[in-house]
Design a protein around this ligand. Sequence first.
Ligand code: UD1
Length: 319
Amino acid sequence: MISIIGTRPQYIKVKPIYDYCLKNGISHKIIDTGQHYSNGMSKQIIEDLEIKTESLGVKGKELEFIANLILRLKKVVKDKVLVYGDTNSSFTIALVCYKLGIRFAHIEAGARCFNNKVPEEVNRQFIDMTSTWNFCSFKPDLKNISNGILAGDLEYELLNKMNPTIESEGFGILTVHRQENMTQERIEKIFSLCEQTGVDIILPIHHRLKSQVWFKEIKLSDNLYLVEPYNYSKMVEGMAKCRFLITDSGSVQKTAPFFGKRCLVLRSESGIRETIEKGYARICTFTGEDLDWLQGKVKPDKKFYLYGQPSEIIINEII
Ligand code: UD1
């Protein structure tokens, strides 16, 4: 079995699968496409998670990356591939497996935001349509596909194993990297909102934001602290201790219930609706109501997206 991954959230998701296979003597290797190339978002995360990967080191911007990856993958894919999420790496792996008639599993199947202008949405639909096994992380996603198998969320499995102590200290965490937030105007709006919270906010900075040409011109308020991307252990520690989260990250929003923290979502829509329905998340409106809402308290729910042990369900089904 081969897991093919390439981005920070995928290193995190593959960890329970890696551990389960290792523990049970099941042959499994991890191939890294190289989509996330920066040290802080790949090498340090991999070392911290203690997973062994083989890197293909594929380079290039979007289309060039996809074309280069197709050529490299042709030589490495074998029967039973595991594909995670909805990234360009995931889309390309699905395309190659489909064309070569190789069976593959999609982990995080059925996730939808119902907006085809979002590139990941189109990737998700293509992967779900062509995969042999579709494993859903969340119960509501089952209704979006006809052949979904409910596995639960691998990051929740990992977090339960790490078992951090949940507290609430007086700082917030901000993460922001999605394309729609990468304009100077939008970032200034987000930073101004952070300033209005009146508490210290830590921003582990994503390489996409740092590389924007206008970024150096932005004035930072006194309560905003820019740091290098955290490795996963440090991020978990931060999320366990912070007072609230402000983010455009799907994974940070999804794990807010585990940590019992409120999460303000910097997007116009979200496919992770249960976190909104249960009071853990709110779509940011940039009004005073956001600030009031962030003051509210919610309880941790460590089983929010668990329906058993996801790694065991996935591997047993494929075998
Ligand atoms: C990822 C997927 C997205 C999918 C979503 C839901 C990619 C590029 N995107 O997005 O398509 O819908 O997952 O599962 O794969 N973290 C650190 N250190 C930091 C900051 C964050 O370890 O400094 C951790 C967070 O705790 C979280 C993950 O990294 O687990 C978030 O990664 P991020 O790059 O924000 O990707 P997502 O937006 O979650």
